[in-house]
Write a protein that binds this ligand. Structure first.
Ligand code: FE
Ligand code: CA
Length: 527
């Protein structure tokens, strides 16, 4: 791709062309009105090249986009920035050589947010590729490419994007991301586990080498992941829609309950630190700036009348995990009685209300739930006579899920597509109307994408079709990769793109299987 591998050339280009004149931040972002930009800050030398973490863009609107970078001349040692604010200039252009600049401005990178910047550019044209670049002093970033969303409500012939999850750095390299950067996409979706919080080493070694807790720990960990050239390349080539799962904070956390739910001391503070550093590293809007241990991540992003993405957060508001076990003879339709407590929730009442309103008001051809953990029920007991549910997926929160399923049944919506990460495995499942009748006429379709690297290499297994336990299942595979989705008003197509190994940085990608959903008919069919 033109921008990802060309840092020396673009640096030269931008040093020659200039950016803003030294004093001249001509446009100051609204977020900074009232704050003084130090007049000479941008001219002062930092400790080294500041754009080591690359650049990113995200959350496209028909007339706008978020541009992101974070200054980190010494990325793996807390960043290496002075404890003062630094002005960062930005510009956005119609061409990859940044000749036709349409907007420019400056923002402050503050120590409070790890010297990250989140520029919300407005006034752009819809459905258009743009290129952007940052500058501090005499240093310029690589040039990134991004794209605005189509005009609101307009019909579209086609849209292509890919979704990923779970990129554990110690389990392998990112050949999947290298290949994804080369795809013809309009945007990417990340469904969580962008980082892992544990220490340890494997194919690569985590920094710091232990579990992360402090702000500096989390910053160093994100910086390490973002130092990967393949990850940088995907960010540089497409805007991303981001959400998280558990490992951005701690494995299996639920709301304010840590993994070890018996000891909650300090967890709210840890969650606040983790949420802050997540925000610092993602191309998110001001609406997502955290307040203490809260960060509103659920939001809608639309692509004309073709697709509405409801981006979910099933971690922040969930109640405690379902009980791991109970006497078999007490189970009700596979559930421990305690799991059926109607007060248990995975999304929280407010988010569910927002989701159902979003679905009810949508005029889109496809309604997409961009979601962390498996949504459709999956019977975990191989005995055909025994159903068994209840874990930290939606299966652990059956009453909450049933409210969504009942809504889909009552409204007759057939066009709900659930995109899911978490499992490090690929599955295609029809979404049944309840957890009792898995083979009933589906009310939606779920595509579960495998991990980018998490789990590492393993003996590959693939299964087509369901079985007596899970008749609503169409596909299983345990390779690594991403899911490429091509959608038209009439047809949704998901291509399961897999790489042969994550033990190498570079590997080919191939389509293992494709599934389609026809408009007006929930459920997947093999293409
Ligand atoms: Fe994961
Ligand atoms: Ca069973």
């Amino acid at each position: 791709m033109e921008n990802a591998k060309s840092r020396p050339a673009t640096r030269h280009l931008f040093s020659r062309r200039g950016f803003l004149t030294g004093l001249g931040a001509s446009v100051v972002q609204a977020s900074l009105i009232g704050q003084a930009i130090p007049r000479f800050a941008s001219a002062q030398r930092l400790g080294g090249y500041p754009f080591t973490l690359g650049i990113a863009s995200g959350d496209p609107l028909p007339d706008g986009i978020v541009l992101w970078t974070r200054l980190a001349p010494d990325p793996l040692n807390g960043g290496g920035m002075p404890s003062r604010s630094v002005a960062v200039e930005w510009q956005i252009a119609l061409d990859s050589n940044m000749q036709q600049v349409v907007q420019r401005g400056a923002v402050l990178a503050t120590p409070a947010l790890g010297h990250s910047v989140h520029v919300e550019v407005n006034g752009l044209e819809a459905s258009r590729w743009y290129w952007y670049q940052f500058k501090v002093g005499s240093d310029v970033s690589q040039i990134g490419r991004t794209r605005t969303a189509p005009p609101e409500g307009t019909s579209l012939d086609q849209l292509r994007f890919a979704f990923i999850s779970c990129q554990n750095y110690v389990n392998g390299y990112y050949p999947a991301l290298q290949r994804m950067a080369e795809e013809d996409l309009e945007f990417c979706v990340h469904l969580g586990d962008y980082i892992y919080e544990s220490g340890g080493s494997g194919v690569r070694a985590h920094l710091p080498a232990r579990e992360i807790f402090s702000i500096d720990d989390y910053r160093t960990r994100y910086a390490q992941y973002k130092s990967d050239p393949a990850l940088q390349a995907v960010h540089a080539n497409f805007p991303w829609l981001m959400t998280w799962d558990d490992h951005e904070v701690e494995n299996d956390y639920a709301g304010f309950l840590p993994e070890n739910a018996a000891d909650t001391s300090g967890f709210a503070d840890r969650r606040a630190r983790a949420y802050q550093v997540y925000y610092e590293h993602m191309p998110l809007r001001q609406a997502q700036i955290p307040t203490g241990p809260y960060l509103q991540l659920y939001r809608n992003i639309s692509f004309g009348s073709l697709a509405q993405f409801s981006i979910m957060d099933t971690r922040q508001y969930r109640s405690a995990r379902a009980p791991a076990s109970c006497p078999a003879n007490t189970r009700i339709n596979g559930y421990c009685p305690a799991a059926l407590d109607p007060s248990r929730t995975i999304e929280g009442d407010t988010q569910r209300e927002w989701l159902l309103n979003s679905l009810a008001n949508s005029k889109a051809n496809w309604n997409v739930m961009a979601n962390q953990v498996p949504f459709a029920p999956a019977d975990g007991n191989p005995d055909p006579a025994i159903q068994q549910y209840g874990n930290e997926k939606w299966d652990g929160y059956p009453v909450d899920r049933q409210k969504v399923l009942d809504f889909l049944s009552a409204t007759g919506l057939k066009n709900t597509i659930v995109l899911t990460g978490d499992l490090h495995l690929s599955y295609v499942r029809d979404v049944p109307p309840d957890y009792v009748n898995l083979d009933a006429t589906p009310v939606g379709t779920e595509f579960i994408g495998t991990s980018v690297s998490s789990g590492g290499d393993r003996a590959i297994a693939t299964t087509f079709g369901g079985d007596v336990n899970n008749p609503h299942q169409h596909f299983y595979n345990n390779g690594h990769g991403y899911v490429l989705c091509t959608i038209t008003p009439q047809l949704w197509t998901s291509d399961f793109r897999v790489v042969p190994s994550v033990l190498v940085e570079d590997a080919p990608v191939s389509t293992l299987a494709s599934f389609v959903v026809e408009q007006g008919r929930a459920g997947a069919q093999r293409a």
